[in-house]
Design a protein around this ligand. Structure first.
Ligand SMILES: Cc1ncc(COP(=O)(O)O)c(C=O)c1O
Length: 425
């Protein structure tokens, strides 16, 4: 039986998000090896969790050494050198809000739990309940983090009852009204925190107009409301700077990290004021938080980002890739934008120019047939987020395949029936 058939029979649908038949048996750098031996270029980098590439030698070394002489498995009731070192590293690289210089670090297993922990800590620390977030935002797939994720709420799933979602501005002319709405919500004086992605990613790679986040943070500060920046998907180098929020010239009160920080292992983190993260001991407990093997991977990731200058390389590679994607627009390829190696490509009906989810499904399906892994978000936006060190020849190959996939999908190479089993999201 093939891996895909075995998966079908054994794994639960609740955690499946499938776009084409991808069954993997290995991987190295930016490439995955499929069952049967074909290599495919992963332009998603595993939804950015493999930002440093698969099987990175420094991660392999750090993990092997931490596992060989394993200083525990849980950081809950025993500290270990890797978790403490990682927390110190994160404090060092995360800018300080002048009013709150004393900070603490939460360690967890996924972006979802990092957001969950800070959202709940803000409620406990402020004694207020309401959370302000955004339509089409994404902060997690469980609990409060899910309940304030506009993507779910907008799709009709029950949101957190004590949350208010604001419109996330795309165009400069929308900024003033969103800021007025935010000011109005803050006036109610019942807000525990404000959470936002520096680039709305699963919502369609939406880069907010310049100045929006700066003004939003200023309004929250004036109201005494903590600001959480969710750097889980685009943080740690991907946008061309270490922190995506640095593009906006802001310093958040709390920052959450995930995905790339684990070097391919499950790891997440949050950095924030002691006055929030220390206020209610033992209220966000996961047995394997502070796990020394994952923390060692995290330390290796942070060291590699710095030593290999990966944010700078992502800036250069991202510019090159965006230019190549835009140089020779394919039919059905709409607005193509990005910041560093966070690139969004709209898939549109070539006749009407309107977003086309069906064509998006066919483009990613065809790209996989041609040797490239890329997924779509928000129904019709290709999310191109390759490994941060992607070399020029892989950029060329990837862009070439994407352009061909668009052209093939538009001329009907992929039938509706072929993509029918892959509803994605
Ligand atoms: C911005 C953002 N926050 C949080 C999460 C949740 O992270 P995880 O799936 O690791 O729990 C994601 C996942 O896509 C994300 O994009």
């Amino acid at each position: 039986m093939s891996l895909l058939d075995r998966d079908d029979a054994a794994l639960a649908g609740v955690s499946k998000l499938r776009f084409f038949p991808l069954a993997v048996t290995g991987g190295s750098g930016g490439w995955l090896v499929e069952e049967g031996g074909r290599r495919v270029l992963d332009l998603s980098a595993g939804w950015t969790a493999a930002g440093l590439g698969y099987g990175h030698p420094r991660i392999v070394e750090a993990v092997t050494s931490a596992l060989r002489d394993q200083s525990g498995a849980s950081g809950l009731s025993a500290v270990n050198q890797h978790m403490v070192g990682l927390a110190e590293d994160l404090r060092r690289i995360t800018p300080i809000v002048a009013a709150e210089p004393d900070r603490r670090v939460y360690l967890g297993n996924s972006g979802t739990d990092a957001n969950e922990a800070v959202l709940r800590s803000c409620r406990l620390a402020t004694g207020r309940r309401r959370i302000l977030a955004f339509h089409r935002g994404y902060h997690g797939g469980l609990g409060v983090a899910m309940g304030v994720s506009g993507l779910y709420v907008d799709a009709g799933l029950p949101g957190d009852p004590d949350s208010t979602l604001l419109h996330f501005p795309r165009r400069p002319d929308e900024v003033a009204s969103v800021l007025a709405d935010l000011a109005h919500e803050l006036d109610a004086a019942d807000v525990a925190c404000f959470i936002v992605e520096p680039i709305q990613s699963d919502g369609g790679i939406v880069i907010p107009p310049a100045g929006f986040l700066r003004h939003a943070v200023a309004l929250c500060r004036a109201a005494g409301v903590p600001v959480i920046i969710d750097e889980v998907k685009v943080g740690l180098g991907r946008t061309g700077l270490l922190h995506a929020f640095e593009h906006e010239g802001i310093t958040p009160d709390l920052v959450t990290f995930g995905k790339v920080i684990g070097g391919g292992l499950p790891l997440s983190a949050a950095v924030g004021p002691k006055s929030i993260l220390d206020v209610a001991e033992a209220t966000s407990l996961l047995t394997t938080s502070g796990n020394p093997v994952c923390a060692a991977a995290g330390r290796a990731v942070l060291a590699t980002l710095e030593q290999d200058e990966l944010p700078q390389r992502a800036a250069v590679a991202g510019k090159r890739m965006l230019e190549a994607l835009n140089a020779d627009r394919a039919p059905g390829q709409g607005d193509t934008r990005g910041r560093g190696l966070t690139i969004g490509v709209d898939v549109v009906d070539p006749l009407t120019g309107e977003p086309s989810p069906l064509l998006a499904r066919k483009v990613v399906y065809r790209a996989h047939q041609l040797g490239v892994v890329v997924y779509y978000v928000n129904g019709h936006v290709l999310e191109v987020t390759p490994v941060l060190s992607i070399p020029d020849d892989e950029i060329e190959f990837g862009v070439d395949v994407l352009h061909t996939a668009f052209a093939d999908a538009v001329r009907g190479v992929i039938s509706d029936d072929e993509v029918a089993p892959y509803t994605g999201w």
